[in-house]
Write a protein that binds this ligand. Structure first.
Ligand SMILES: [Zn+2]
Length: 75
C-alpha cells in the first residue's frame, strides 16, 4: 500500500473492523472518518490499533504531502 487512495480504501475497511470490535484504536491523530473527507486533516497522520483477540499492534500512517502511506505490525 503506497498511495493515499489505497490508504483511504484501507481506512474504510478499518472503520468496519473497528465497529465490529476486532481492532481497537489506541492512538489517533484524527477521527478515521476525517481522512475520507475532501480536505486532509493534516500533512502526516498516524493511527495505532490493537487486535482485541491476540493483542498484536499495528500502525497506520499517511504522509499526505509526499503521498506515501503504510500499514504494518508493530513489535
Ligand atoms: Zn489478533
Amino acid at each position: 500500500m503506497t498511495s493515499p487512495r489505497e490508504y483511504r480504501d484501507l481506512v474504510r475497511q478499518l472503520i468496519e473492523i473497528v465497529s465490529q470490535g476486532t481492532l481497537l484504536i489506541v492512538h489517533a491523530d484524527c477521527l478515521l472518518n476525517e481522512v475520507l473527507g475532501p480536505i486532509w486533516p493534516g500533512d502526516s497522520l498516524s493511527h495505532d490499533f490493537q487486535c482485541t483477540t491476540c493483542g498484536r499492534a499495528f500502525k497506520l500512517h499517511v504522509d499526505t504531502y509526499h503521498g506515501g502511506a503504510g500499514w504494518e505490525p508493530v513489535n
